[in-house]
Design a protein around this ligand. Structure first.
Ligand code: ADP
Length: 497
């Protein structure tokens, strides 16, 4: 164990509140706050964050610029700086956020999905490492997240291997979603500044491509993912996305730490975005949020069970199961409220349902953080029948707001939601394992039955859910010990070498 504060650099392609497309941004914005305030020292750890500076980001200040050796030339990187604030009991800490700017690579109208993605993120990673000596700051560990930062562990074991400034730095690579791998044509080796010998199955070659995700998995000291169950699942072919063999090879170094959520930000007692505040001792007030939500979405204002869904509209989320049961479900006296955006097919699907059941379906296609809170607060149940789910944040936020999750038991959903048992009163939600519409419908019906027939028991379930702790407190401590393990591992490998 280390009895001194750690120096931790978190690298992410998106961070709340600067840029977000998914759960990664929430984690990258909230985990540093936990790490900064927990630990062996009263002052917590020295945590800093780095991300690309996309065009929409504002309010940062210029820090420095320098030439980065890249792609056989020098490319100028500008480092800007902003911060996030961590509050813990009566302390508060400022966490620096470095923003890597380059007009050519990041001054664009969206964050991802360009033809030169390999070049953009290889440049980002190279700049992160070049920045450190110029900041005169040597982290103990660099925590990389998803394929966009996969080249960092690779660079440390190639270009920077014999450089004294870097060779003490340990790396942890966290997989937030194995489906997005950053696989590129072989020419990507050139932007990484590496020769043909790296186009090898033991290194970066992945089914004829160069994989940035694989770079992270192969070269990091420790590989991590966002729940224990997902860490198991990705070592099997069904959810291994063709990387299961590689992950099995690294299984001794593969961990899973479930994400937390920020309990200050997501707090029904103080949330200014919702209609009426409430807490676990005052669950009755939650109902006013339901009525306000119904009014906002133009639904009849009535005390019927409201099922909410907030999601990226993609295959992963199990939406095809909903399509198959919707007509059965809508025969009942319920309301279904959906907020999401994504694939056209699913947007059309929900729009179609809205046309058929205008009095029962509330729909908002798009991204809307305020409406999201109003749904978390106003709905009675929250639906997440995911095909796979590395961790999932929706079910954690809904538990915090006393909105009972109905989930498929996969990945983080299996680790955080347990089936309610009417006999013993144990469990915090409802779930099923087999990916089938019959199981989904049956599970929703079990929840509806409890809601309708045993309101008192339901209210107890709601109050219990709100009393659970899925804040970062526990997972933050787990991350710290993972970082220490990475440092030990790094040291011992170095000794052998
Ligand atoms: P994923 O990372 O796969 O998208 P998560 O459940 O881990 O799924 O995280 C999704 C996060 O994004 C949650 O905080 C959820 O509330 C939020 N979210 C998803 N879609 C929307 C939307 N259309 N509007 C507002 N928030 C959304």
């Amino acid at each position: 164990m280390y009895d001194r504060p750690l120096k931790i650099l978190l690298v992410s392609s998106e961070v709340v509140p600067f840029a977000k497309t998914g759960g990664l941004a929430d984690v990258a914005g909230s985990l540093p706050k936990a790490l900064a305030t927990v630990g062996n020292d009263d002052l917590g750890n020295d945590v800093r964050v780095v991300m690309p500076r996309y065009r929409q980001i504002e309010g940062d200040t210029y820090r420095m610029d320098f030439p980065v050796p890249f792609n056989n030339r020098f490319e100028t990187a500008i480092i800007r700086e902003s911060s996030i604030e961590a509050h813990y009991q009566d302390r508060h800490k400022i966490i620096p956020v470095y923003l890597v700017d380059n007009y050519h690579y990041f001054y664009r109208d969206r964050m991802y999905m360009f033809d030169d993605e390999a070049e953009r993120f290889a440049f980002f990673c190279r700049t992160v490492l070049e920045m450190l000596p110029r900041l005169e700051w040597q982290p103990d560990v660099i925590h990389c997240n998803d394929w966009q930062s996969g080249p960092i562990p690779l660079y440390l074991k190639t270009h920077y291997l014999h450089n004294n400034f870097y060779n003490r730095i340990a790396t942890v690579f966290t997989i937030h979603n194995l489906q997005y791998q950053g696989n590129f044509p072989k020419e990507a080796l050139k932007v990484l500044g590496l020769g043909e010998e790296y186009f090898h199955p033991e290194r970066l070659e992945f089914y004829g491509m160069v994989s940035f995700m694989k770079a992270g998995i192969v070269y990091a000291d420790i590989v991590n993912t966002v729940s224990r169950t997902y860490a198991e699942e990705i070592q099997r072919p069904e959810l291994g996305e063709r990387m299961d063999g590689l992950l099995r090879k690294r299984s001794a170094d593969l961990y899973g730490i479930v994400n937390g959520i920020n309990y200050h930000e997501f707090n029904p007692r103080e949330d200014a975005r919702i209609f009426r505040n409430y807490d676990q001792y005052n669950v009755a007030n939650k109902k006013d949020n339901k009525f306000a939500l119904q009014r906002e979405l133009g639904l009849p204002v009535r005390d019927v069970p409201v099922i909410g869904l907030i999601s990226r509209l993609v295959d992963q989320k199990g939406l095809d199961l909903i399509a198959k049961i919707i007509d059965d479900l809508m025969t009942q006296d319920i309301q279904f409220v959906v907020l999401g955006s994504g694939e056209q097919y699913y947007e059309n699907l929900f729009q179609g349902i809205k046309v058929r059941y205008p009095e029962k379906m509330g729909l908002y296609i798009g991204f809307n953080a305020i409406l999201a809170q109003r749904i978390y607060a106003g709905a009675d149940m929250f639906l997440m029948p995911s095909r796979f789910e590395p961790c999932g944040l929706g079910q954690l936020i809904s538990l915090r707001y006393g909105t009972i999750p109905i989930v498929r038991f996969t990945g983080g959903l299996a680790d955080t939601v347990s089936d309610y048992n009417t006999a013993t009163g144990s469990g915090n939600g409802f779930g099923f394992s087999d990916y089938s519409e019959a199981h989904l419908l049956n599970t929703i019906n079990r929840a509806l039955k409890l809601y309708r027939e045993r309101q008192e028991e339901w209210q107890r379930l709601v109050a219990n859910a709100m009393g659970l702790d899925f804040s970062w407190a526990r997972s933050g401590v787990e991350y710290l010990s993972l970082f220490q393990q990475a440092m030990n591992k790094h040291l011992s490998v170095q000794r052998i070498a």
